[in-house]
Design a protein around this ligand. Structure first.
Ligand code: ZN
Length: 453
């Protein structure tokens, strides 16, 4: 028997959200005057539904969340499943929830071009059975790293809420063709350490680690997963979408006086770059707690959150000014002009010396070309240009961090583990035209040593 108000309509809604890459900043000031604006926002659609797994925030207490995962992702990115579990539950942690996940790992066919969310659901449901989320890969458009889409069928309930009768959700990571030169690496690959889901979750909660990926166009799966699952929880993007659009609900985000949604760059819900601060940022934590406190969101059986942002571990950076220093690559713009390309995340005023070792010598030179930085640097592509370098006599280079008052020779006391960068060996001019080792190959090798700092 049908209730009087029950079936008024059935409709399908699709929403798209994605994470994009950003340029890094040359001289980001991270001094004590930095202000944090709580500009988090929520997706508009999150409030309209009755309790269902369409959003993680509307999932009933105790109900497992079923994910069908492409076997390709699991094989390509060691520790991927564990990262997914941590990415879902780091959001849950701040609102006193714990989401049990039911994983099915299956061989899922590559999507055909132009597939919509319902095409994924149709093809993958046959292989996985009905799941709350299908996770796979897709050839990206533009600078997209990943996206999640949903399609929902519903009828209206007694209080005009949307009662979900069927839905499909996909979460796809970009799968770039080789020539695109872009790639993901997993946390395990980046840090060369295997971790359980609980250990990754602990790492995200501790909020004191940054994974630097200075290699060109290398992205961490963890950051993208935490961002995308932020959308699955109901959070909106904190960077301007195409055409300066926003997917934030104007009633549940910070608005400027002229009626625009204000965005917060310091958030996991903002775009991704080479510096991957693990865990949620302050803005994200405020946002998820705000979401769980809303009275207009479906009742799930969970209590309201008991804590606020300030009850949790504060974000902390590496001790000391040198957070990251790496020599990435080099190029000779002429036979006597060398450019060293470096990635740095260093605060305060300091000097960088490019130290050389010459062919036939066992010792590093005592002096080198010196660069003064007066106000901190955070970039993955700092070019240090030197003239008067003899290409044929140069064997190796490395970078030395010294105090801004440093002058004269490089002493033993300057050469501490944190002050000295990696070494790049200079490839000498090929004896024959068939020599295929190029500086680019050296750089690629150097880049593969992403470190957890
Ligand atoms: Zn996004």
């Amino acid at each position: 028997m049908l209730k009087k108000f029950l079936i008024l309509s059935t409709a399908s809604l699709i929403s798209v959200s994605c994470i994009e890459t950003q340029q890094d900043h040359l001289s980001q000031n991270e001094g004590p005057n930095e202000a944090i604006l709580s500009n988090f926002g929520h997706l508009e659609s999150v409030s309209k539904y009755a309790s269902s797994p369409v959003f993680l925030s509307t999932l009933k207490k105790g109900q497992p969340y079923k994910i069908c995962l492409s076997e390709k992702l699991v094989k390509k990115y060691p520790g991927f499943k564990e990262e997914v579990e941590a990415a879902v539950n780091i959001w849950a942690f701040y609102i006193d929830r714990k989401i049990p996940l039911d994983f099915i790992v299956k061989k899922l066919p590559a999507p055909k071009s132009g597939w919509k969310v319902n095409d994924y659901a149709k093809a993958y449901k046959q292989i996985c059975g009905k799941s709350d989320l299908y996770m796979s890969e897709n050839v990206p458009s533009g600078t997209t790293l990943g996206y999640t889409q949903k399609s929902v069928q519903y009828r209206y309930g007694e209080n005009s809420e949307r009662v979900v009768t069927d839905f499909a959700r996909v979460l796809n990571l970009s799968n770039w063709p080789e020539q695109a030169g872009r790639r993901f690496i997993s946390l395990e690959q980046a840090t060369k350490k295997k971790r359980s889901a609980a250990e990754i979750l602990q790492l995200l909660k501790s909020r004191n680690k940054t994974v630097y990926l200075p290699g060109p166009s290398t992205f961490l799966t963890t950051t993208t997963l935490v961002h995308e699952f932020g959308h699955v929880w109901g959070m909106c993007d904190q960077y301007p979408l195409d055409g300066n659009r926003s997917n934030c609900d104007p009633h549940n985000s910070t608005m400027s006086l002229d009626g625009h949604v204000m965005l917060e760059e310091d958030a996991v819900m903002s775009s991704a770059g080479w510096k991957n601060k693990l865990g949620l940022h302050d803005d994200d934590i405020d946002g998820i707690i705000g979401l769980a406190h809303r009275g207009d969101i479906a009742k799930t059986g969970w209590d309201y959150p008991s804590k606020s942002l300030y009850d949790f571990t504060e974000r902390s950076e590496e001790k000391g000014p040198i957070r990251f220093l790496k020599l990435v690559d080099y190029e000779f713009t002429s036979d006597s002009e060398l450019t060293a390309i470096s990635a740095m995340d260093i605060t305060g005023a300091f000097k960088i010396i490019v130290q050389k070792k010459l062919v036939g010598s066992k010792e590093w030179e005592k002096r080198g070309v010196t660069y003064l930085f007066s106000n901190g640097v955070s970039t993955r592509r700092m070019k240090l240009r030197m003239k008067g370098i003899d290409k044929n006599k140069l064997k190796a280079i490395r970078l030395i961090y010294v105090d801004r008052r440093h002058h004269g020779e490089i002493n033993k006391s300057d050469l501490t583990a944190t002050n000295v960068s990696n070494i790049i060996e200079i490839k000498q001019a090929p004896a024959t035209a068939n020599n295929t080792t190029t500086p680019a190959a050296v750089a690629a090798e150097a880049n593969s040593n992403a470190s957890l700092q």
